[in-house]
Design a protein around this ligand. Structure first.
Ligand code: SF4
Length: 282
């Protein structure tokens, strides 16, 4: 783990981003790869602490209020009471998500939680054209909805950051099995993406939740294991994969919305362009 604590890792770093304190160094691929190896086996707090020191204030934690996300909120708040946290309020979240948000705001006074909203014009065009429940019409329409309600607001927000934390873990889904703790996020302007819980299992997250008596999403008690928008998430049956309750009516489609990995969207681009309007050219 030598070098992990250093804020000046070796390797040729590119220059990008301009925060209040001036120009901020962003990692290059080589440096990110080397650091990722160094942080293997380290506790999540070590990576969180290193990143806060190196990237704050142009660093924020992305949360979807899963158990692992609450673990990260607790850890990051312990390290820095001013740390920035954000989530996308798609407009279709279950009531239990908002109840958890209120509980977290009470538990962590001063928590800087930004709730991002989809663009009103894009929403209006999408719903006006395809209806509010377009996600049932086809995989492409589901991805269109995820793009407008989630990916677009997130992408806009990430443009103001140099680095972001996520609660992704390797045990969640095949598409996440090889994530590194530190990555260059080429889908979002080559900023730095940090996955402090990459090595953790679901059980380790729940152990931490119990040990620290953290609040959790109300739908876990009803058999849900991965929680997103209300119409696109259901409880799972015994023996099913933990993400089986997401977009359960689809077959052969990735259980992803496009936030964490590019999703094949054949046939969607033209429609997306029409709905995004001027933002499509941004
Ligand atoms: S999860 Fe469902 S409702 Fe939410 S953005 Fe995606 S398709 Fe739309």
């Amino acid at each position: 783990m030598s070098g992990v604590g250093s804020t000046e890792p070796s390797g040729g770093a590119g220059l990008a981003g301009a925060g209040a304190g001036g120009t901020v160094e962003i990692l290059d691929e080589l440096e990110a790869g080397e650091l990722s190896i160094e942080f293997e086996g380290a506790e999540p707090q070590e990576l969180l602490g290193w990143a806060l020191e190196r990237f704050a204030p142009r660093l924020a934690l992305s949360t979807a209020f899963q158990a692992g996300d609450v673990v990260l909120i607790d850890m990051v708040h312990e390290l820095d009471g001013q740390a920035r946290v954000f989530s996308v309020d798609t407009g279709r979240l279950p009531a239990e998500t908002h109840e958890l948000i209120e509980e977290l705001r009470r538990r962590y006074p001063g928590l800087q939680l930004d709730l991002l909203a989809p663009d009103a014009g894009q929403l209006q065009r999408m719903v006006g054209t395809h209806g509010p429940n377009l996600f049932h019409q086809s995989v492409e329409r589901r991805l269109l909805c995820c793009n407008v309600r989630k990916v677009q607001p997130l992408t806009k927000h990430l443009a103001s950051l140099d680095a972001w934390f996520t609660g992704l873990r390797r045990d969640q889904w095949a598409s996440r099995s090889d994530i590194r703790k530190i990555e260059i996020d080429h889908d979002h302007g080559a900023i730095v993406k940090l996955n402090p819980l990459a090595e953790w299992t679901e059980e380790e997250c729940w152990d931490y939740v119990r040990e620290h008596d953290l609040p959790t999403h109300g739908l876990y008690a009803k058999g849900y294991t991965s929680i997103g928008c209300a119409p696109c998430t259901r409880a799972i049956a015994p023996g099913e994969d933990t993400r089986a309750g997401r977009w359960w009516w689809e077959t052969g489609a990735p259980k992803e919305c496009g936030i964490h990995c590019a999703v094949e969207t054949g046939g969607l681009e033209h429609e997306l362009h029409a709905i995004l309007g001027e933002d499509a050219d941004a």
